[in-house]
Each structure stands twice: as C-alpha cells, then as structure tokens.
Write a protein that binds this ligand. Structure first.
Ligand code: GSH
Length: 231
C-alpha cells in the first residue's frame, strides 16, 4: 500500500534498523528511508528520539516511534490486515516471542559484540562461551516454539524471527572475521536450517547487507572489531 507518511530514520549497516525494515517489507508498507550518519546525528533524529538519540525511529503521520521491537509491534498493529501477522494469535506464544526477544537483546547481542570488542583475550573467550551457550538455548527454544515449522512464527516469519534474524548479517561477518563458527550443523542444526530459510526470504534479503560489505565497514570504521582467539 502507498504510505507517503511513513519514514524510517536508519543506517544500512544497523541490525536494529533491519528489524524495522524487515517488518515494513513483510507488511508491504511503502516508506521513505532516511540514512543517518553516525558522525553527526540529524536534527530530525535528535528531535524524534530525544531520550536515546538512537536509530531506528519510525515516523508515521508525523508521530515518532522508537526502539526496534516496539516499532515491529507497532507495524504489526497498524498494518494488521496487510501481509502475515507477525505476532502469534495465542497469548502464551506471544509471551514466548517477547521473552526470547528480551533475552536476545539483554544477553545474546551483548555477548556477540563483546566477543569482538572486549579489551582482553580473557574477556573475549568468556564472551565467546556466553555466545555459544546463548545459541544453544535459542536452539532449544526454536525446537519448542516452531513446532517443526520453518520459523519461530510457524509457516511465516514472526516477531521473534525478526528479532534474531536481523543479526544474521553481522553473525556471518564475524564468522568471516575469524570468529569461531557461530551456527553450525553439529551444534545448532535447527537454527542452521532456520537461518537459511530466513535469508532466502525476500523481505529479509532485500534488507540484510551483504557479509562482505559489513566486513569492510567493520574493518574501515572499527578496527577493534577483530576477533583474535588466544594462541
Ligand atoms: N535498543 C535500541 C533498539 O532496539 O532500537 C538499540 C538501537 C541502537 O543501538 N542503535 C544504534 C545507534 O543508534 C545503531 S545500530 N547508535 C548510536 C548511539 O548509540 O548513539
């Protein structure tokens, strides 16, 4: 549908921004993408997200919505009749999607990035162990929540698929930058198959940056994004 009043403040490399974009693509919502520069935040960003000053920000009819997963929920609510429902119909299933999304944001993502950025090798090893343990928990959660279907959301991509799937680009980039293999068939067979299904989806592939571009971005802008496992 045509929605000239929908704008998204974001940046191509941001996994949080990818969450909002995947939801907009799944719901076939037209939007204007306004690319932010990390060096200098735009007036519009400072005005639209005065609390955190972070992207993504969705601006709908002049009103701003902040925080990636709140934006995903908002898109599901507003464009309820367009595309697949992102949240399950069952209250318990919705609770599970929210529970694991908060786990991803509070535990998984910090350890994933700490693996690359921690100042000491010891801390990097600890972050790696935490990351692998988190992926193991997410593998088990996938088994329960997906009930043998391709996605956490069942037959279609849902809220929790977006929460985790948005990080697949960076996970692949880290793997290429010498980190241990994060998803592999022996440790996380279900998530391996899931990741392939996610990346093959058009709404996702339209949005997730190429691994090589992320590696270049990480190398150029953040030399600290180097995983150097201890000898
Ligand atoms: N909890 C936020 C969300 O889910 O939207 C995190 C968003 C976030 O960290 N965005 C980063 C950002 O805007 C870009 S990936 N960083 C700029 C800053 O921290 O000032």
């Amino acid at each position: 549908s045509q929605n000239p009043e929908v704008k998204l403040l974001g940046a191509w490399a941001s996994p949080y921004v990818a969450r909002a974009r995947i939801a907009l693509h799944l719901k076939e919502v037209q939007y204007e993408f306004l690319e932010e520069k990390f060096s200098a935040k735009s007036e519009l960003l400072l005005k639209s997200n005065p609390v955190y000053k972070k992207i993504p920000v969705l601006i709908h009819d002049g009103k701003s919505v902040c925080e990636s997963m709140i934006i995903v929920q908002y898109i599901d609510d507003v464009w309820a009749s367009s595309g697949p429902a992102l949240m399950p119909g069952d209250a318990y299933e919705r609770a599970m999607h929210r529970f694991w999304t908060i786990y991803i944001d509070n535990k998984f993502i910090p350890s994933l990035f700490d693996m690359m950025t921690s100042p000491t090798e010891e801390a990097k090893v600890e972050a790696k162990e935490q990351t692998m343990a988190s992926l193991q928990l997410l593998e088990e959660a996938f088994g329960k929540i997906s009930k043998g279907k391709p996605f956490f959301g069942g037959d279609t991509i849902g809220y929790l698929d977006i929460a985790l799937g948005s990080f697949l680009g960076w996970m692949k980039a880290f793997e290429e930058m010498n980190s241990p293999k994060l998803l592999d068939k022996s440790n996380t067979p279900l998530l391996c198959a899931w990741a392939e299904n996610i990346c093959n989806n058009e709404a996702v592939s339209a949005v997730l940056p190429e691994t090589a571009k992320l590696v270049e971005f990480a190398t150029v802008t953040q030399t600290r994004f180097k995983y150097a496992p201890p000898a």
